[in-house]
Design a protein around this ligand. Structure first.
Ligand SMILES: NC(=O)C1=CN([C@@H]2O[C@H](COP(=O)(O)OP(=O)(O)OC[C@H]3O[C@@H](n4cnc5c(N)ncnc54)[C@H](O)[C@@H]3O)[C@@H](O)[C@H]2O)[C@@H](O)CC1
Ligand SMILES: Nc1ncnc2c1ncn2[C@@H]1O[C@H](COP(=O)(O)OP(=O)(O)O)[C@@H](O)[C@H]1O
Ligand SMILES: [K+]
Length: 494
C-alpha cells in the first residue's frame, strides 16, 4: 500500500473522480458512509459531538453528522465560523437540518458524555495551528476523541510542534500518513478507511501489506542442501544470550542448515545447529570458514579491541553472499563507516543508527539520514522500532505494519537477525526477504501479545509463536491447503 503525501492524495482524489466519473461530493458521501460503519461498529451505544472545520475535512464531519442523525443516534454538530467554506462543505451544510456555528472565542457547548469527532482540518492544513487553538483542544482533552483523516492541527508529512488534537483513534482515508509513524506525535491508534480511491502506480514509500505474496513454495524434493545454509557469527564472554536467541530464530526460519561460529565460551545451543567454537575462549579471534548461502555477524560480539579486529578481518574475506550486520558489528562499523560493505543489510535500532549517522532532532531527520546513507553506500537499512522502516539503496522505503510494544523487550532484535539470515539463506532475493522477515517477526509478536498479553510476553515468546506466524502467512497464500499431492496421513493431520 502506497503511503501518499498530501500532493499525491489530492492527485489520487482527482484521478478517482475522473476515472470513476463521479463528483468530489460523491467521494465525500462514500467517505462518510464508511466512517459511519467504522464508528458505529466500535461505539454502538455512543452519542457524538462533531467539530467541523471550513474545508473538506469539515465536509466529511457534516455528512457524517447527517448520517448519524438519520440513524436516530444522538449527535450534535458544530461548524467553525469562517469567511470561506469549500464547495462540498457548503453543500453538506444545506443538507444538515441543525448545527451550531462556533468560533475560538465562543467555544461549543459539548454534551458531557459524548464522544468527540474531530473534523476540523485534514491534510489541507498549510501550516501548523496557532496557540489560540489551545483552549479548544484542552477542552476536549481527556474525552474519547476520534479524528477524521488526521488529528486536526497535525501536518500530514512533517514534524508538528504546534497544537493539534490528541485523538484516541484516527480514522484515516486510503493510507496512513507519514506523520503517524513519528513517535513524537504519539498517534496510538489509526484505522485505514478504504474509500475506493484508484491506485496510481507503485510509489517508493509503502506500508507493508499482502506480505504472503512474497512467499516461495519449496519443492517437495527439497533437501537441506537446497533450503540453504545460514551462518551466524557472534558471542563473547558474558554476552552469549543473543547468539542463543538468534540461533533459535534461524532454526525456525525455514532454512536447511544453521551454522554458528562463536568463541570457546559459546554455551550449548539447540542440537539442530552446527556449532563451531573459536580456539579463543572469550571472544572470536579467528575467521570462520564461510561455507554458507548467507551470514549474520555482530550478535553479542562485544566491543573489545579483539572483537573489532575479528569483524574487520571477517568483512575483508567475505565472499559475495547476503550479509546481515547487527548489534556490536554496527557499533564497530560506526567507528569505521568506510568499511561498511556495499550490499550489506544493517539492522540498527535508532540509537545504533545515530552512532553511524549522528544524532537527529526528530524521527523525520533520522529517516532522511537513513535514506541518504542507504543510497550513498548502496546498503539496506532496517531501522527497528514501532513501524520498523526498511530503506533500500534505490530509495524505496517500506514501513512495517505488524508488531506491538510487547516486543519492546531485550532480545527481540536478536530474533529478527536470526530469522532474516535464515530467510536469506533460502535464496529469497533481498527485496523480498527483508519485508518478509520483518513482517513475520512482528506477526509472531502480535500472536504472542494476543495469547499472553503485552506485559508478560518476552522476546523468547516471539520464537514460540513464529510457527503460528508462518502458518498464518501460508494460509493467506493458500499454499498449504490446496496441494493434491498430500498423502492421506497428511490430510488427516490438518
Ligand atoms: N482522498 C481525498 O482527497 C478525500 C479527502 N477528503 C477529506 O478532505 C480533506 C482535505 O480537505 P481540504 O483540502 O479541504 O483541507 P482541510 O479540510 O484539511 O483544510 C482546508 C481548510 O483549512 C484552511 N487552512 C489551511 N491552513 C490553515 C492554517 N494554517 N490555519 C487555519 N486554517 C487553515 C483552509 O483555508 C481551508 O479552509 C481530507 O483530510 C479528508 O478529510 C474526503 O472528503 C474524501 C476524499
Ligand atoms: N513498540 C514496538 N512496536 C513494535 N515493535 C517493536 C516495538 N518495540 C520494539 N519492537 C521490535 O523489537 C525489536 C527490538 O530490537 P532491538 O532494539 O535490537 O532489541 P535487542 O537489542 O534487545 O535485541 C525490533 O525488531 C523492533 O522493531
Ligand atoms: K481531523
Amino acid at each position: 500500500m502506497n503511503i501518499l503525501n498530501k500532493e499525491q492524495l489530492r492527485a489520487t482524489d482527482q484521478h478517482t473522480i475522473q476515472v470513476q466519473g463521479i463528483r468530489s461530493w460523491d467521494l465525500m458521501e462514500r467517505a462518510a458512509r464508511e466512517l459511519l460503519k467504522a464508528i458505529t461498529r466500535e461505539f454502538p451505544h455512543g452519542e457524538f459531538s462533531i467539530l467541523c472545520g471550513p474545508g473538506n475535512n469539515g465536509g466529511d464531519g457534516l455528512a457524517l453528522g447527517r448520517m448519524l442523525k438519520e440513524k436516530g443516534i444522538n449527535t450534535q454538530v458544530f461548524l467553525l465560523e469562517s469567511p470561506k467554506y469549500s464547495e462540498d462543505n457548503l453543500e453538506n451544510q444545506k443538507l444538515l437540518e441543525e448545527f451550531e456555528v462556533f468560533n475560538l472565542e465562543k467555544l461549543p457547548e459539548l454534551w458531557p458524555d459524548s464522544i468527540i469527532i474531530d473534523a476540523l482540518y485534514g491534510f489541507g492544513l498549510r501550516t501548523g495551528l496557532g496557540i489560540e487553538w489551545k483552549a479548544l483542544f484542552e477542552k476536549i482533552e481527556g474525552r474519547t476523541c476520534l479524528a477524521i483523516d488526521l488529528p486536526s492541527g497535525l501536518l500530514a508529512d512533517e514534524l508538528t510542534t504546534s497544537p493539534y488534537v490528541k485523538a484516541d483513534i484516527v480514522y484515516t482515508f486510503h493510507c496512513p500518513k507519514k506523520a503517524f509513524f513519528a513517535p513524537e506525535h504519539g498517534i496510538e491508534s489509526f484505522e485505514i478507511i478504504d474509500i475506493g480511491l484508484e491506485k496510481v502506480g507503485d510509489g517508493n514509500y509503502q506500508y507493508l501489506a499482502d506480505v504472503h505474496l512474497l512467499l516461495n513454495q519449496p519443492s517437495r524434493f527439497a533437501h537441506k542442501g537446497t533450503l540453504g545454509q545460514a551462518l551466524l557469527v557472534g558471542g563473547s564472554k558474558g554476552m552469549t544470550g543473543a547468539i542463543d536467541l538468534a540461533t533459535k530464530a534461524a532454526l525456525r526460519g525455514g532454512c536447511g542448515i544453521v551454522k554458528v561460529y562463536g568463541p570457546g565460551c559459546t554455551p550449548d545451543l539447540p542440537s539442530e545447529a552446527l556449532v563451531q567454537r573459536d580456539i579463543n575462549l572469550e571472544y572470536i579471534k579467528q575467521t570462520p570458514t564461510i561455507d554458507a548461502k548467507t551470514t549474520a555477524i555482530g550478535i553479542g560480539m562485544g566491543m573489545s579491541h579483539n572483537g573489532q579486529e575479528a569483524l574487520l578481518e571477517f568483512l575483508s574475506v567475505l565472499p559475495p553472499i547476503p550479509l546481515v550486520l547487527d548489534a556490536d558489528a554496527l557499533n564497530i562499523l560506526a567507528k569505521h563507516p568506510e568499511k561498511i560493505p556495499t550490499g550489506a543489510i544493517l539492522t540498527p535500532h535508532p540509537k545504533e543508527l545515530d552512532r553511524i549517522v549522528g544524532t537527529s532532532k526528530s524521527s523525520f531527520e533520522r529517516w532522511e539520514k537513513a535514506e541518504k546513507l542507504a543510497k550513498k553506500k548502496g546498503i539496506y537499512l532496517i531501522v527497528k522500532g514501532a513501524n520498523t522502516h526498511i530503506f533500500f539503496p534505490d530509495g524505496k522505503i517500506l514501513v512495517n505494519s505488524s508488531g506491538n510494544y510487547g516486543m519492546a523487550k531485550g532480545g527481540s532484535g536478536d530474533i529478527l537477525t536470526g530469522l532474516l539470515t535464515a530467510i536469506l539463506a533460502q535464496g529469497y532475493p533481498i527485496e523480498k526477504a527483508l519485508p518478509l522477515g520483518v513482517y513475520l517477526h512482528g506477526l509472531a509478536g502480535d500472536i504472542a501479545a494476543e495469547t499472553l498479553g503485552h506485559d508478560a510476553m518476552n522476546a523468547g515468546d516471539i520464537l514460540t509463536f513464529l510457527p503460528d506466524a508462518w502458518k498464518l502467512l501460508r494460509r493467506r497464500a493458500c499454499t498449504t491447503s490446496k496441494y493434491p499431492r498430500r498423502s492421506t496421513e497428511q490430510r488427516e493431520l490438518l
